[in-house]
Write a protein that binds this ligand. Structure first.
Ligand code: BGC
Length: 891
C-alpha cells in the first residue's frame, strides 16, 4: 500500500503561498483494502518529524480529499507533515515526509518600494552588490515588482517562472513570490531585477495605450533577501535607495505588441534608485501557479512562400515565446512576426487585429541567443527577416513603424536550426487521457488539450494572440469542467475566482465580463454566472468545501445583484431578462453571417435560466455550509424564477416557444418543461429540419451531446460529433486545425479565413465537447451525491463508428479507467478500474439480461436490476451486445 500525491492546499510542497490553515489531501494505491477507515496527520518543525507541532490522532471522519488542520503559521517557516492511513483490511501505511513553507504572513517588510526618477518604455534593471563573508545555511528571496519582474543572481535567472508577479487587479492585490536561493547565494555577487511593463502599464485591454497605464506609470520594486548563516546569524537585504538602477537593452515590451532588444545601445548610466510610494493593492503571498516553459518546439518545416518570405512552421499553434540564435553584422535589424495560419501559402496575421505581436532585435555584431522576457505570442508560424541599418536612428524609425519603405531580406535557411518555439503555460498536473479508434477525434481531443494549455497562462483567457488575451468569464465557465478532466485545475481556478471576488467587491456583486476586469465594466448572464458555476465545479471535482466557504459571499452577491436588476421600478420581475446579454454567442442561427456574433435563441430566456441556475447553486452551497435560512431563501427564489420562466416561455402543457436547438437543450437540461418527452421530440425535429447539423453557440454547444444522449439520442450525438463537414468539430480538424477555433466557420472550406473582426484560431469554448467524451463516451461521470469522484456512474456509450475508447481520469480520489472496444460487429470488450476508497454504479451498455447472473466474474458480485455495484478494483468483461433500441420516436 502506498500513499501518493500528498498535497497542502492542493499544491505539492508549496513555498510561500497564501493560505491561512493547511488543508491536506492524498491518495492511496496498491492497497489490499477497499477503503480508508481512519487517518492521522502529523506536523513537525523538522524533517525527521521529531519536533511535533500537531498530531491529530487517528480520526475516522477525516477526508483524504481535504483535511484541514487549524494552526497558527509563523512567518517564513517550513513545516513538515506526514499522513498515516489505516484501511479496512487492517493495513497501515505512512506517507513520505512533505512540507509547506509559509510566506511573510503579514509581517512588515524590511525592504522599501523603490523606483527610478524618470523612465520611458525601456525596461530598467535595479541591482545591488551583496557581500557574503560566511557560509550560508539558508537563503530566501521575497519579491514583487510592477509591471513584471525577472530576478537574477550574477546575471543568471532565479527560478524558472515567467511573467511574475502575474496578472491580477493590482489596485486590489499584488502577489509576491518566495524563492529558495540557498544554492545560488553561496558567494558574494549581484542581485539584480529587471522590470518590464506587462499588464501594469502600457497597452492592454480595450482602453489601454502607451501614454497611460491601467494601474500606474512607474516601475516599482520591493524585495527582501534573507540570508541565514551557519553560525546562526542572519542578514537581511531589502530594497532601498542604496540600490542602483540603469536602463537595459530591452527598449520596449508589451503583452500585445512584443519586444524590442537593442544590443548596440549603451545601457544607461548607473543611477540611484529612489524610494517611492507603495502601490494601492494589498501585498499578498502568491496564489498563482508557476508559469514556465513547458515544451520546446524546433521548427517542423521551413517554408519559402510565394510572396518570397521565409516562414517557419512549428506544426502546432502554441502560446509562448521562442529562442533564436543570431550572428549578424552590427546594425542588422532582425524582425520576427507571428501568425496562426497561412493564406494562399503566404504569411498572414490580419486576425490579430491591432496586436503587433512581433520582435525586433538590433545586433551589435556578436553571436547571441535572443528570447523575449515580458511578452508572449499565440502562434504557429513565424516570419523572420532582416535589414541592415547604418544609422541607429533609422533602426528605431523601422521599429516605431515610422519608416515603412524598409527592404527586408529573408533569413537564410539555417534559421530553421537556430529557432526553437517555447510553449509557456501554467503548471498543472495532467489528470486525463483519452484515446479513441478515430484519428480525427484523437486530434480534436489533442486540439482541446492545446487550447487549454495555450489559454491557461495565469488567467483563463479567451485567446492568446489578438488584442484581447483576457479572462473572459463566459469562456472560462463553459470550459471549466472539461479543463478539470484534463488537468488538476484547483489552484488555477482558485486564483481566478479570488480575482473575481475582488472585482465583484468594488461593483456591488456584479461580475464584470472580464476578470481581471481592466476596463470592462459590463456584465452578462452566462458570463457573470462563472462566479457560481466555477466554484461549484471545483467543489464537485475536488471535494474541498473550503472553496465554497471562501467564495459563498460572492455567489450570493451575484444572485442578489441579478435580483436587484430584475425587480424593476414598475414592480415587474423582468429587469434581468431585458438587460443586455451576449446570449448564445456565435451560434449559427442568428443573422449576422460570417461576421455575426449573436445567436437566434432569446437572450432573455437564457438569462432567466442562468439566473435560476446561479440561484440553485447558491442555495445548494448554503445547505452544504449549514446556512439554512439562506438556503430556504434561495430555494424559494429559484422556484419563483422557474414559475416566471414557465409563464413567459411555455404553454401550460409544456410546449416551448423558444424554438431553437439551444432553447430545447436548456429546457431539457434544466427541467423547464412539464413535458420532457415533447421537448426531446422537438429537439430532434429541429435538428432534422437543419439537415441534422448543429447551430449552437457558447451556451448550447457544451450541453448538446449530453442532452441528446440523456434523451436517448446518442446515435444523433455521435452523428453530430463525427460530422466532418461544416459545421462541426471535425470540419476544423480536417482543415488542419491544431487548436479549437473561435467560430464554427473561422476558416472556410477553401482554406481562407472567414473574417478578421473577431476570429481567433485558439479559443477553447467549443472544446467543451471533451467533457461529454469523458463522461458519456467513456462513461466516467460523477454521481449526483458525490464529490471528488468518490462515487462514479460508469455508463459508457459505445458506438461502432468510433470502434474503441481508452480513458483514464486521475480524479481527486484516485485513478478511474474505462475502456471499450468492439471486437467485431456484435462483441464488445469493456474494462474498468475503480480507485481505492471509491465505488461505481456500472451500467453495461447493450448487455443481454442473461449475463448478469454470471457470478464467476467479480463485476457481478453485487447486481440489482441489471446494474452492477463495484468497489475498488479492476474489472473486465466481453459479451455479445443486444440490438440497440431506436432513438426517440417522433409522434
Ligand atoms: C471574446 C470572447 C468573449 C466575447 C464576449 C470576445 O471578444 O474573444 O470569447 O467571450 O468577446 O462577448
Amino acid at each position: 500500500m502506498k500513499i501518493t500525491e500528498c498535497k497542502t492546499n492542493h499544491y505539492t510542497n508549496p513555498l510561500g503561498y497564501c493560505f491561512e490553515n493547511p488543508v491536506f489531501s492524498w491518495k492511496v494505491t496498491e492497497a489490499e483494502g477497499k477503503k480508508m477507515v481512519s487517518a492521522r496527520i502529523l506536523i513537525a518543525a523538522d524533517e525527521r518529524m521529531e519536533q511535533r507541532i500537531t498530531d491529530t490522532g487517528y480520526q475516522t471522519d477525516i477526508s483524504s480529499l481535504a483535511a484541514p488542520v487549524m494552526m497558527k503559521m509563523k512567518p517564513r517557516t517550513r513545516y513538515y507533515w506526514t499522513v498515516c492511513v489505516r484501511t479496512d483490511a487492517d493495513e497501515e501505511a505512512v506517507s513520505d515526509v512533505h512540507w509547506f513553507e509559509s510566506a511573510k504572513e503579514g509581517e512588515n517588510w524590511e525592504g522599501k518600494w523603490i523606483g527610478c526618477l524618470s523612465e520611458g518604455k525601456e525596461s530598467h534593471v535595479f541591482y545591488k552588490e551583496i557581500e557574503i563573508a560566511k557560509r550560508v545555511s539558508r537563503a530566501r528571496l521575497y519579491i514583487t515588482g510592477l509591471g513584471l519582474y525577472e530576478a537574477m543572481w550574477d546575471g543568471n535567472k532565479i527560478g524558472e517562472e515567467l511573467l511574475t508577479p502575474y496578472c491580477n487587479n493590482y489596485n486590489s492585490w499584488i502577489q509576491y513570490q518566495t524563492y529558495d536561493v540557498t544554492d545560488r547565494i553561496q558567494q558574494s555577487g549581484t542581485l539584480s531585477v529587471m522590470l518590464g511593463p506587462g499588464w501594469y502599464k502600457g497597452r492592454f485591454g480595450y482602453a489601454g495605450n502607451w501614454e497611460k497605464g491601467y494601474y500606474g506609470d512607474n516601475f516599482k520594486l520591493l524585495s527582501e533577501l534573507r540570508i541565514e548563516y551557519e553560525d546562526g546569524s542572519e542578514q537581511i537585504i531589502g530594497t532601498d535607495d542604496s540600490w542602483k538602477v540603469r536602463t537595459s537593452n530591452l527598449v520596449f515590451s508589451g503583452i500585445y505588441d512584443g519586444e524590442w532588444r537593442d544590443d548596440t545601445r549603451k545601457t544607461g548610466e548607473d543611477g540611484s534608485a529612489v524610494c517611492v510610494e507603495a502601490p494601492r493593492g494589498k501585498l499578498t503571498a502568491r496564489l498563482s501557479t508557476p508559469v514556465t516553459v513547458k515544451t520546446e518546439f524546433p521548427a517542423e518545416s521551413l517554408i519559402h512562400t510565394p510572396a518570397g518570405e521565409t516562414v517557419l512552421d512549428l506544426g502546432q499553434n502554441i502560446t509562448g515565446i521562442f529562442s533564436l540564435r543570431v550572428n549578424e553584422p552590427e546594425g542588422t535589424v532582425i524582425h520576427i512576426q507571428t501568425g496562426e495560419i497561412l493564406q494562399q501559402g503566404n504569411f498572414y496575421r490580419d486576425n490579430l487585429r491591432s496586436a503587433r505581436s512581433e520582435y525586433f532585435y538590433i545586433s551589435n555584431g556578436t553571436e547571441q541567443t535572443i528570447t523575449p522576457h515580458f511578452t508572449f505570442y499565440g502562434y504557429r508560424y513565424v516570419k523572420i527577416e532582416k535589414t541592415l541599418c547604418e544609422d541607429p536612428a533609422e533602426a528605431y524609425a523601422v521599429m516605431e513603424g515610422e519608416k515603412r519603405d524598409v527592404i527586408y531580406t529573408p533569413m537564410p535557411d539555417s534559421v530553421k536550426d537556430n529557432f526553437v518555439g517555447l510553449a509557456v503555460y501554467s503548471s498543472l498536473p495532467r489528470t486525463g487521457s483519452l484515446v479513441t479508434g478515430n484519428p480525427l477525434l484523437n486530434r480534436l481531443i489533442l486540439n482541446t488539450e492545446w487550447g487549454q494549455k495555450d489559454n491557461f497562462v495565469d488567467v483563463p483567457t479567451d485567446c492568446p494572440q489578438r488584442d484581447e488575451r483576457m479572462g473572459w468569464t463566459g469562456d472560462a465557465q463553459v470550459f471549466s469542467a472539461t479543463a478539470c478532466y484534463i488537468r488538476d485545475c484547483y489552484s488555477f481556478y482558485y486564483k481566478y475566482i479570488f480575482d473575481m471576488e475582488t472585482e465583484q467587491e468594488s461593483r456591488g456583486g456584479m461580475v464584470p465580463n472580464v476578470v481581471p476586469a481592466f476596463d470592462v465594466d459590463s456584465t452578462s448572464s452566462v458570463w457573470g454566472d462563472a462566479t457560481t458555476i466555477i466554484p461549484w465545479n471545483m467543489y464537485r471535482f475536488y471535494g474541498d468545501t473550503g472553496i465554497l466557504e471562501t467564495h459563498y459571499s460572492s455567489m450570493k452577491a451575484w444572485v442578489d445583484y441579478m435580483t436587484s436588476v430584475n425587480e424593476t421600478a414598475e414592480g415587474k420581475k423582468d429587469g434581468w431578462r431585458r438587460a443586455i446579454h451576449y446570449g448564445d454567442w456565435l451560434a449559427l442561427d442568428g443573422d449576422g453571417g460570417t461576421e455575426g456574433v449573436k445567436g437566434g435563441t432569446d437572450d432573455g430566456f437564457i438569462a432567466d435560466v442562468y439566473y435560476r441556475l446561479s440561484t440553485q447553486l447558491t442555495a445548494k452551497t448554503a445547505r452544504i455550509l449549514g446556512k439554512t435560512e439562506d438556503a430556504e431563501k434561495y430555494e424559494a427564489l429559484s422556484d419563483n424564477i422557474l414559475k416566471e420562466i414557465r409563464a413567459e416561455y411555455f404553454s401550460p402543457n409544456g410546449r416551448s416557444c423558444v424554438n431553437t436547438q439551444t432553447g430545447y437543450l436548456l429546457t431539457l437540461r434544466h427541467g423547464l418543461s412539464k413535458d420532457r418527452e415533447r421537448t426531446g421530440i422537438d429537439l430532434k425535429r429541429s435538428l432534422k429540419s437543419n439537415g441534422n447539423r448543429l447551430q449552437t453557440g457558447f451556451v448550447g454547444t457544451p450541453i448538446l451531446l449530453e442532452e441528446l444522449t440523456k434523451a436517448g439520442m446518442s446515435d444523433l450525438a455521435y452523428h453530430l460529433l463525427l460530422n466532418e463537414d461544416y459545421p462541426g468539430w471535425l470540419y476544423e480538424v480536417k482543415l488542419g486545425a491544431t487548436t479549437i477555433w473561435e467560430r464554427w466557420n473561422s476558416v472556410l472550406a477553401d482554406g481562407s479565413i472567414s473574417s478578421t473582426g473577431m476570429n481567433s484560431l485558439n479559443h477553447y469554448s467549443y472544446g467543451a465537447v471533451v467533457e461529454w467524451m469523458y463522461s458519456y463516451m467513456a462513461g466516467i461521470r460523477q454521481a449526483e451525491d458525490s464529490v471528488g469522484f468518490q462515487k462514479v456512474i460508469l455508463a459508457p456509450v459505445p458506438d461502432p463508428r468510433v470502434g474503441q475508447v481508452a480513458c483514464e481520469y486521475n480524479s481527486a480520489s484516485g485513478l478511474w479507467k474505462s475502456a471499450w472496444k468492439f471486437e467485431d460487429e456484435c462483441h464488445i470488450r469493456l474494462a474498468f478500474s475503480v480507485p481505492f476508497g471509491c465505488e461505481a454504479v456500472l451500467y453495461l451498455p447493450l448487455a443481454p439480461a442473461e449475463i448478469f447472473t454470471d457470478k464467476k466474474n467479480p463485476i457481478f458480485e453485487c447486481v440489482r436490476e441489471n446494474v452492477c455495484y463495484l468497489t475498488a478494483g479492476e474489472y473486465e468483461i466481453t459479451y455479445k451486445i443486444r440490438e440497440p433500441e431506436k432513438d426517440t420516436e417522433e409522434e
